[in-house]
Structures are given as structure tokens and as C-alpha cells.
Design a protein around this ligand. Structure first.
Ligand SMILES: Cc1cc2nc3c(=O)[nH]c(=O)nc-3n(C[C@H](O)[C@H](O)[C@H](O)COP(=O)(O)O)c2cc1C
Length: 222
């Protein structure tokens, strides 16, 4: 009888990204997500195809996980494009950012980023920023010096930086989303993507960044 060797699979992990958005990852791949619409939870696969809906979060989660093997067509971050530098930092706003402040910040940032071939996303939640930037190393080094000296925020903390295989946000001179501070408690067994960015573990921060990036793309899909 032929023996079948079973490779250990990374665990299925669920996180809450935004108030009504729950994401499922396995290793470095996104398996799918659940969105709450009123009283109903809708499950989607990694390509945003509906896989089932229910009034129960648990049932919608089961529809997402299904019996699909992790990695079978799941979205992986990154393809090959060429050498590139990327970094992620978090910071704390020193002034209350109302939308008009952010509009002004985004308008000048986008113009400068377009000129410097910088792309990325900026996320804001309850006075905290997370920004993902990609471009040439020398450009990002100079930009980070300006950003770190900007009095509109403090505690600028670079979580990860290094060369990247490809741009994650090539269509975004600076995408922006404001996240909602959840009013209800985190369901049992869930991680919080935004909180994981600021934890001790780099692995958790990288996964959280993948989750937030994926959420951003779903939110901004046409
Ligand atoms: C949260 C945050 C994000 C920013 N993102 C960018 C950015 O993506 N690109 C950019 O050119 N400036 C960005 N800025 C603005 C820079 O900090 C700085 O004001 C700008 O680069 C002009 O700098 P300079 O006066 O040294 O030329 C950001 C500022 C903040 C507070």
C-alpha cells in the first residue's frame, strides 16, 4: 500500500479588521472573509465570490473555510516585478485629524508620491496611523526622514522594511481608509488586525498588514 505523507498545514486564523469585516488567513495566504450586513453574515472566498450567508457568524465562517485546501488558489501577496523597497510604520496623531485635515494631507502626499514613484496606503483609526510605502530605497529613506519630522504625528515606529518583489498598491499614489473603532467586543477566538500591528510579534504584524491590505482592496474594488 502506498504511504501518503501529510505535510503539516499552518493553522487557520481569524481576525477582525474593521467593525463588520472578518478575515481568514492560512500561513501567508488569505482564504476568504465574512462581512456583516445588518443581521446577516455573508462569506466570500479570496476572490470575493460569495460562498454562503447566514444569520450566524460561525456558519458563515464555516462556509469560507469549507473543505478547500489552504493555498489552492488563495491570494498570495506579491508577484515578481523587480527590486523595490517597502516599509510599514505606525504613528500617533498629535492633532485631531478631521476629514478636511486628512484631505489636505492626502492631496499633497499624492502629488509628491506621483512625482517620486511612491505608492502605498494610509490607514487611520482612533488617532493612530499605519502607512505602507513602496518605492526606491533612496526615495523612501528621504521621505521617511520628512515623515518622521512631521509635527502632525509622533511615535513613528517602523515595523518592517526591506526589499519587496513587487508593488502591492501600484494604482495608489496613497490609498486611504479610516477604520471604525469596534463598539462590540471581539468575538471569542478572533485576533484584532489593527491591535496586532502594534504587538511584540513581527509575524503577527506582518499577518495583520496582509489582512488590512486585503480589506483595503475589497473595500476599494470597483
Ligand atoms: C501620517 C502622515 C503620512 C504622510 N504621508 C506622506 C506621503 O505618503 N508622501 C509625502 O510626500 N508626504 C507625506 N506626509 C507629509 C510629510 O510628512 C511631509 O510633510 C512632506 O513630505 C513635506 O516634507 P518637507 O516639508 O520636508 O518637504 C505624511 C505626513 C503624515 C503626518
Amino acid at each position: 500500500m502506498a504511504s501518503v505523507s501529510v505535510l503539516p498545514q499552518p493553522p487557520v486564523l481569524w481576525s477582525r479588521v474593521d467593525q463588520d469585516f472578518y478575515i481568514c488567513t492560512v500561513g501567508d495566504a488569505v482564504l476568504g472573509y465574512v462581512e456583516r450586513h445588518g443581521l446577516s453574515y455573508a462569506g466570500f472566498d479570496e476572490r470575493s465570490r460569495a460562498v454562503g450567508s447566514s444569520t450566524s457568524l460561525t456558519d458563515a465562517m464555516a462556509a469560507v473555510v469549507g473543505d478547500r485546501a489552504p493555498g489552492s488558489g488563495a491570494v498570495r501577496t506579491g508577484t515578481t516585478e523587480g527590486p523595490l523597497y517597502a516599509l510599514v510604520y505606525t504613528s500617533v496623531a498629535t492633532v485631531a485629524f478631521v476629514e478636511s485635515h486628512l484631505d489636505a494631507l492626502l492631496a499633497s502626499s499624492r502629488a509628491a508620491n506621483l512625482a517620486n514613484s511612491v505608492t502605498g496606503i494610509l490607514l487611520y483609526r482612533s488617532g493612530r496611523f499605519v502607512q505602507y510605502l513602496e518605492g526606491s530605497r533612496s526615495t523612501l529613506t528621504a521621505l521617511m526622514a520628512s515623515i518622521a519630522a512631521d509635527p502632525r504625528h509622533s511615535s513613528v515606529d517602523i515595523l518592517v522594511e526591506g526589499t519587496a518583489a513587487s508593488r502591492q498598491f501600484e494604482d495608489w499614489t496613497m490609498g486611504y481608509e479610516r477604520l471604525t473603532e469596534a463598539s462590540d467586543p471581539l468575538p471569542e477566538g478572533f485576533r484584532s488586525s489593527f491591535d496586532d500591528l502594534e504587538g511584540e510579534s513581527t509575524d503577527d504584524a506582518l499577518r495583520a498588514l496582509r489582512e488590512l491590505s486585503f480589506w483595503f482592496r475589497v473595500r476599494n474594488a470597483a
